[in-house]
Write a protein that binds this ligand. Structure first.
Ligand code: NAD
Length: 424
């Protein structure tokens, strides 16, 4: 008998609720492994930490931090760290579970994990941010490590944060533990190609999906929500392939240009101003109108739950490339499928980041570093091969790419679970 989890009450469209319904959909395709499916619905280990720091004005502030290891059957935990005022334990659980599925979908020897702090980092000074990052790393130090659980950047975290995490863990263990985090600066054992890897993976899966749909990327209309690491890198590559970036939305505003925005100018503007709002080479647009823009490819690359049922009815895209994690609620998934809008799901679409994180980790262990061309070529091949297997599975069972990705990934996870056996 399986008691429900006591510490989270998911709703249908909440991140954990969305994840659970995705698991339910894959169970009929798991054969005899279905008896292990409940294991996917429970995080293996859930840590909540208090992160007290001294602020620059002498006050003491407390932040709530999390690290969740969802499943470690196939290897150490892997997953980013998010700093955002709306981070919750439930969200981190869902993000860690999607990491389990994602790592297995591209066949990396990792389990899934995720972390976060409930904070608006934009309100902290650099010194406060460093103190918070270091204290958080120390607090979760009891469960992370190069062979245990390896954090990486996510929303509002970057190479500098990873450098502080690596240094803190190293100080606490008396080592120089480059392999404890990925997404590090190059001088600290980071990998070439990592910063743009997630956007590159979004582009590669989009390119393959477009080929299958007979959609020419040259002249294709692209709309992107979230113009940070993932959204901007993907937009740049689609631009190089001839795509026209017609609409962009981020936390600072929504902009539109029917003839296509200048992507290099926009990148420079975002670097200087911290967001797309106010960019001169486009018209401002009401935020909700973003979802009505006529486009071939829509790339949600911000936060979860953005494509609601109501917005799914309105979208005018031929395909959705999920750069973000969990951007589409389950009800919206069904609506998009019934409208013939192809969704390349997060668990394969944005797997480029963790794939190059894996390359970084391997390079750190061997202390031998690869060229950027080599990394990009290997990434391309892994993404293309993984998508092909998923597409074949979708065709075979007549299911969506999301359920097919879960089918491929969950089979791998549960085979590992079964072969390891239950302890004791
Ligand atoms: P980022 O911090 O670099 O960028 C986030 C972007 O989202 C910013 O442009 C921000 O303005 C925008 N945003 C935030 N709140 C918004 C709102 N309410 N409405 C519209 N836009 C909003 O983060 P990132 O690393 O690019 O991550 C974006 C998404 O991609 C997340 O879902 C993350 O989990 C996912 N992801 C990231 C990576 C990675 O390697 N960085 C890997 C896989 C998946």
């Amino acid at each position: 008998m399986n008691e429900p989890l006591s510490f989270v009450q998911p709703t249908a469209n909440s991140p954990w609720g969305t994840y659970l319904s995705q698991v339910d959909r894959v169970v009929p395709y798991l054969g005899h492994l279905a008896r292990w499916a409940e294991t996917l619905k429970r995080p293996k280990r859930t840590l909540i930490v208090d992160v007290p720091i001294e602020m620059d004005n002498g006050d003491v502030a407390h932040f709530e931090g999390y690290r969740v290891q969802h499943n470690l059957s196939r290897g150490p935990g892997k997953g980013g760290v998010r700093f955002h005022p709306e981070v919750t334990l439930e969200e981190v659980m869902a993000l860690s579970a999607w990491m389990t599925v994602k790592c297995a979908a591209v066949n990396l020897p990792y389990g899934g994990a995720k972390g976060g702090i409930r904070v608006d980092p934009k309100r902290l000074s650099t010194k406060e941010l460093e103190r918070m990052t270091r204290r958080y790393t120390s607090e979760i130090g009891i469960i992370i490590g190069p062979q245990r659980d390896i954090p990486a950047p996510d929303v509002n975290t970057n190479g500098q944060i990873m450098a502080w995490m690596m240094d803190t863990y190293s100080m606490n263990t008396g080592t120089t533990a480059t392999g404890v985090v990925t997404g590090k600066p190059i001088h600290l054992g980071g990998s070439l190609g990592r910063v743009k890897a997630t956007g590159r993976g979004v582009f590669v899966t989009g390119r393959e999906a477009a080929r299958r749909l007979g959609l020419n990327l040259d002249g294709a209309r692209i709309a992107v929500q979230g113009y940070g690491n993932v959204g901007s890198s993907a937009a740049e590559l689609f631009g190089q392939a001839g795509g026209k970036l017609v609409a962009v939305q981020d936390h600072s505003g929504t902009i539109f240009n029917d003839k296509g925005l200048d992507i290099a100018d926009l990148a420079a503007y975002v670097r200087d101003h911290g967001g797309v709002g106010g960019f001169q080479g486009a018209e401002p647009m009401h935020g909700e109108d973003f979802w009505d823009v006529r486009c071939d490819i829509l790339i949600p690359a911000a936060l979860e739950g953005q494509i609601t049922a109501e917005r799914a009815h309105r979208l005018k895209a031929r395909m959705v490339l999920e750069g973000a994690n969990g951007p589409t609620v389950s009800e919206a998934d069904d609506i998009l499928a019934s409208r013939g809008v192809l969704v390349v799901p997060d668990v394969i679409c944005n797997a480029g980041g963790v794939t190059v994180s894996y390359f970084e980790w391997v390079q750190d262990f061997s202390s031998f570093f690869w060229s950027e061309d080599e990394i990009n070529l290997r990434l391309d091949k892994i993404m293309v091969d993984a998508l092909k297997k998923i597409w074949d599975t979708a065709d075979k069972h007549k299911i969506t790419l999301r359920t097919a990705t879960f089918a491929v990934a969950c089979e791998r996870i549960l085979i590992a679970r079964e072969e390891r056996g239950l302890y004791p």
